[in-house]
Structure formats: C-alpha cells, structure tokens
Design a protein around this ligand. Structure first.
Ligand code: ZN
Length: 428
C-alpha cells in the first residue's frame, strides 16, 4: 500500500510545476511576527517546503517577492454568494440564471480582495462549488450549506404575509426559494438537514433567532425548539458534518450550545454566561460587524425597509462588545462579513472595524488559522506550512502594522494564488 502511494506520487510529481518564492517576509499567523530569510516551494496545488535555508530546485520557476510580505490567503467564514440583493425579498424576482451570473461576479470580487476561501452560510449549492473547482468560473474555494433551514415565520421564511401556502411547496424557481428552507418539527428538520447533506453541504445552517433582513420575526424571537436543533445536530454528526446557527441573543445562543451546535453566526447580543458556555463546549463565534455598518450607511438606497433597519440598530451596538466578551471568555472568533448584494465590496472593512478592540494579529488569525479550524481544515488552509494548499498572498507592506492593506479591492496585493495557480501576479 505504502509503496503504491509513493509510486503514484512520484509519477505525478514529474508533471507538477514548481514555483519557488524568494525574498519575502513570512507572515505565518501561528507565529505572529514577520520572519526574514525563508523560502517557500509550491508544487502543484500544495506548499511542499518552507525553509530558513535556501531551497534547491532546478526545475522551479523563481518568484522574487521584492521584500514584500507573504501570507496565507484570507478566509471569510460567513458569506452568501447567491444573496445578490440587499433587500433579500427582491430575490423573489431573480431567476436562477441571473442569480448565478451575479454570484460569479461577487465571487470574483472576493478573490480579488484576497479571499481564497469562503464559507457560504446559506444559498450556495454544489453546482456553483463544482463550477469553481472545475475552473468554469473564477472564485474562492467554497464551503457550502445549501439552503438555510428555519421554522415557519423564521429568518429563512421568505413568504409575504399575503401568502397562505404552507411552507415553500410552491412551484417557484427563483433565487429566494432556491436558497431558503422552511421546516417544522423534528422529522421535517431532520429531513431538511439530510437533504442539504445529500446535496453536498459542508455544514448545516439553522435559524435560532430573529434576523435583520427578514421583516416579520422579532430579533429576540426564539426560532428552532430544542428538539428541532438536536435533530439537526444529530443528523449533521451522523453525516460527519456540523451545525452552524444564526443567533443574536443569549437565549438563542444558549439553546444552540446546549443542543450541540458548533458555530454561532453573528452573536452580537451575547452575554458573559452564553460566552462561557460556548467556551466550555469548544464552540466558535463567527462575527460579521461590517454587515451592520454597511446596512446602516447604505442599505436604504438598495431598498432595505425601515423595519429591517430598525432591527439593524438593535444589533450594531453589540458588535464590538461581543468581540470583547468572547475574548475574555476564551471563545475563538472567526472572520465573517455577511454582506448582501452591492454591499459586498465592503468585505475587507471588517479588519478595520475589529481593530478598535482586537489586535491586528488576532484579526488576521480570525481570517486564517481560526477560520481553518471552523472549516476543519487545520494545516491545509490558513497557514503556510508544508502540506497546506498553496493559497498565498503577496502584500505590499506589513498587515500586522497596517490592516488597511487589505482595503481597496486588492490594490495592495501584488500576488494572489489559489491552489498553486496565480489569480493575480504583478511581481514581474
Ligand atoms: Zn448570513
């Protein structure tokens, strides 16, 4: 068995291109300061070697980084590539062809900003994931949830009040019906979770409290009941997946934590007790402060309604405080943005917003090493060590001193590589 593997490796190796990165400052997020004198060899889609000595490889093409910073590609743990409207109700009028075309543009923007991996928390399906993997469209690696699952009247129930159909058993084929799921009771939740995983979901997304972008559910409403959450968690675990839960309030977070949910999305209104419980359970918070700032500033012009914006005001204040509470409690916080439609250009602003209360190193870790833990891809993503995917950025400066280097739609990134292939390279 072992001999076999070595042989096939050897054979593949003969055809793999090698790239040797030189003359850079290494930003390995686990280390936390820039390191001089390293070289890094990429072979195929993988980092083969990182060494303090010069790496000898006759066949390799040499990439001179000109003294810039080399770091892992960024990971955003909360995006929606199919939610291309700021008022997501408008998705009702968007056919899937148009939704897909818009997703392609949104994903290109993400990788242009240096996000080589994103975790979609509702909407993206295996088709768009495969389109990226096969190279049909340009975009970051996708980890997907399929449809977001919530109860009748919850954050993922897109029906108007004039719609008396039960659930989403309509014959609609639009971006709204495609991305959201309504299920009630243990057996329906179980079935919906299984269905998403049958469709290739990497994680199961459920709704535990009200949300901003849904008009009818109060923010502090409790959504899935304990037995419904437990059913989703049981099914996700049985399939080797996990549950991520949309939740704002301590009550919703606590209910999710007690039922075995692994990540809390948003969590703005978290308190010390809920954070302590999360830490005890080994959970993660995926925060996304920028979404609330961007909505407050610009969502009205894209048709977000006053009742939604009123709910936005309830959570925006909690954002920075939630980061401080989680830090004290020892809950790791991953990078998220959760921006809808045209607001997605603000994706990298989360770095700057968080820097009010968190150090640049911690924020960079939230978008690299911690994000990789969320994705269960430790050692493969979010790091530059040997054996990781060759997802790299060459940055024109030191992000540990200046997080604004991630702003301006990638202007300060001289090179972006995903899986050993340059998405951008202006080093020569
Ligand atoms: Zn979201």
């Amino acid at each position: 068995m072992r001999a076999n593997r070595t042989m096939s490796y050897g054979r593949a190796e003969a055809f793999m291109t090698q790239l040797l990165f030189r003359n850079f400052k290494l930003l390995e997020p686990r280390v936390g300061e820039l390191q001089d004198g390293f070289e890094l060899l990429v072979e195929g889609d993988t980092i083969r070697e990182v060494s303090e000595r010069s790496i000898r490889s006759g066949a390799a093409e040499v990439i001179d980084c000109g003294g810039r910073t080399l770091m892992p590609g960024l990971i955003d743990c909360h995006v929606h590539v199919f939610l291309s409207e700021v008022n997501i109700r408008f998705l009702e009028a968007v056919p899937l062809t148009l939704a897909t075309a818009r997703a392609v543009a949104l994903m290109r923007g993400m990788i242009d900003r240096g996000f080589t991996t994103v975790r979609d928390t509702g909407g993206a399906d295996w088709g768009i994931k495969e389109a990226v993997e096969k190279g049909h469209v340009v975009g970051p690696r996708l980890f997907i949830a399929g449809q977001a699952i919530g109860p009748t009247g919850g954050h993922s129930d897109p029906r108007r009040r004039t719609d008396y159909s039960l659930g989403l058993r309509c014959h609609c084929c639009n971006a709204m019906a495609f991305t959201m799921n309504v299920s009630d009771g243990v057996s329906e939740v179980r079935k919906a979770a299984r269905e998403q995983m049958r469709q290739g979901a990497d994680h199961v997304k459920i709704m535990m409290s009200g949300g901003v972008a849904s008009p009818y559910d109060p923010l502090d409403s409790l959504q899935f009941a304990p037995e419904e959450v437990a059913a989703a968690v049981e099914e996700a675990r049985a399939f080797g997946r996990y549950v991520c839960a949309h939740a704002y309030t301590p009550e919703a977070i606590t209910r999710a934590a007690q039922a075995g949910v692994r990540t809390i999305e948003h969590g703005n209104l978290i308190d010390e007790a809920a954070a302590t419980l999360m830490a005890e359970k080994g959970m993660f918070l995926v925060a996304n402060l920028v979404a609330y700032y961007a909505m407050k500033e610009r969502a009205a012009e894209y048709g977000m309604t006053a009742d939604m914006l009123a709910k936005n005001d309830l959570v925006i204040e909690g954002g920075l405080r939630s980061l401080e509470i989680c830090k004290r409690a020892g809950v790791p916080v991953a990078y998220g943005s959760d921006l809808l439609g045209a607001l997605q250009v603000d994706q990298s602003r989360e770095f700057v917003i968080r820097s009010e209360v968190v150090s640049p190193l911690e924020i960079i870790r939230s978008a690299t090493t911690i994000a990789a833990q969320v994705l269960r891809m430790e050692g493969r993503l979010g790091t530059l060590k040997a054996g990781a995917y060759a997802d790299l950025l060459v940055v024109d400066g030191n992000p540990l001193k200046d997080l604004s280097l991630f702003q301006d739609q990638g202007r300060h990134l001289s090179a972006i590589m995903k899986g050993g292939k340059f998405h951008k390279n202006r080093l020569h």
